[in-house]
Design a binder for this molecule. Structure first.
Ligand code: SF4
Length: 398
């Protein structure tokens, strides 16, 4: 893996390829949830946000002059954060319109914005719809007041269905909710309740993540100090298995380890990541990948702004993967999908035979009952799902 001097990265140095996805990181939250390690700041005012909007469009201009940015390869746009819906309506409109002027978004068929249930209004949803956004994702996390308090989420369970109603009234048909399981103190019964509440909302797409204790988050510190106790592994596994069973029953089967959808409702932007696509990340901490080059923007608002002011990419952690590393990483990403690593698709993306590359590890792990496969490819077995991260590491090692 080659490290490149981050100060020198420009879009012109990258392979001449089209970006398929565009990610925009909006780094503002009104409160920091205790489990979260995404980059965001909570002390902001309209002036700070205005400056961000202006710099974001300037950053888009850096890309506008490149092959990646000029091409009409973009199919998906995703606004995450932070809390994108915290941006005042007119500022958000300015970003949406500004991006349409700077990129060719004519072939985009999915444009998602993450919305906090506490911030959604009808007017806001209508504006998003009017400007071309066609999918909204709501961070519900749990329908238990106590669990939301443990996570330090500042919304009421009832606000999720209210905001979904508003989104539907504004004309949104593609909707997602995020849920978290294995929250300290959560029982299997309580998780089943949250899941049923989520299903009853009828979004057709649901993401269910097991709580992780990211280093340096307040939640990880609390666990270390014994203030909270993590869920037992066996309970977490039971929650995971129940989720897969129940959502398959209602017709939203898993298509990825943590994602479930009605047929056709899968998140195309995330599929693009898991299929090794090229994407541009805008905003502080936004990650990018172009044909084996990957980096992320400085996870610091002021430092990101300074780089943009100088007309350069705010890139850090720039890596250029060798062909084999890239292929192995793609194998690892594809394995997250229920269909696993499909050799034909793999060869189409990498120009490399996945059968030869992975034959050793596939044989070994199949013997242990962790992988299954046939002529078309290989995928995680039921037993393999429980240790997916360890299997991914094996694929990387070879
Ligand atoms: S709202 Fe989302 S991004 Fe902001 S702190 Fe909470 S989990 Fe993190």
């Amino acid at each position: 893996m080659m490290q490149t001097n981050p100060g020198h990265l420009t879009p012109q140095m990258l392979p001449k390829a089209m970006a398929e996805g565009l990610y925009v990181h909006v780094p503002f939250c009104f409160h920091k949830c205790h489990y979260c390690d995404f980059y965001s700041i909570t002390r902001q005012d309209e002036g700070r946000m205005e400056k961000f909007v202006e710099r974001l469009l300037r950053e888009a201009e850096v890309w506008e002059r490149s092959v990646a940015g000029q091409s009409n390869g973009l199919r998906t746009v995703f606004f995450g954060g932070g809390t994108p819906s915290l941006l005042p309506l007119e500022m958000m409109r300015k970003i949406l319109q500004g991006l349409k002027l700077r990129f060719d978004l004519s072939a985009v068929d999915e444009w998602t914005v993450e919305v906090n249930p506490a911030t959604a209004t009808l007017e806001y949803c209508q504006m998003l719809k009017q400007e071309g956004v066609n999918r909204l994702s709501f961070g519900a996390q749990s329908f238990s007041v106590n669990e939301l308090a443990t996570l330090e989420r500042h919304h009421e369970p009832g606000q999720v269905s209210e905001s979904l109603q508003l989104a539907k009234r504004a004309g949104f048909e593609r909707l997602n909710i995020d849920l978290i399981y294995a929250i300290p103190g959560q029982t299997l019964e309580s998780w089943k309740h949250s899941l049923e509440m989520g299903v009853a909302l009828g979004t057709g797409h649901i993401s269910c993540y097991g709580l992780t204790y990211e280093p340096n988050t307040p939640m990880a510190v609390k666990k270390r100090l014994g203030v909270v106790k993590g869920a037992e592994e066996s309970l977490e596994l039971e929650m995971f298995r129940h989720t897969r069973r129940r959502l398959a029953e209602v017709g939203w089967p898993a298509y990825e380890i943590s994602n479930y959808a009605k047929k056709g409702e899968e998140c195309r932007h995330n599929l693009m990541y898991w299929r090794g696509g090229n994407y541009i990340g805008l905003g502080p901490s936004g990650a990018s990948h172009m044909e084996g080059w990957r980096w992320r923007n400085r996870p610091h608002l002021r430092e990101w702004e300074e780089a943009v002011d100088e007309g350069r990419l705010a890139a850090v952690e720039v890596e250029q993967l060798s062909a084999e590393q890239r292929a192995r990483e793609l194998g690892m990403l594809m394995l997250r999908l229920c269909r696993g690593v499909n050799y034909e698709e793999f060869a189409g993306r990498m120009g490399m035979d996945g059968r030869a590359l992975f034959s050793g590890v596939v044989q070994r792990l199949t013997k242990h009952g962790l992988l299954e496969g046939d002529q078309s490819g290989f995928w995680l077995s039921e037993g393999g799902l429980a240790v997916a991260d360890a299997i991914a590491a094996e694929l990387l090692r070879g």
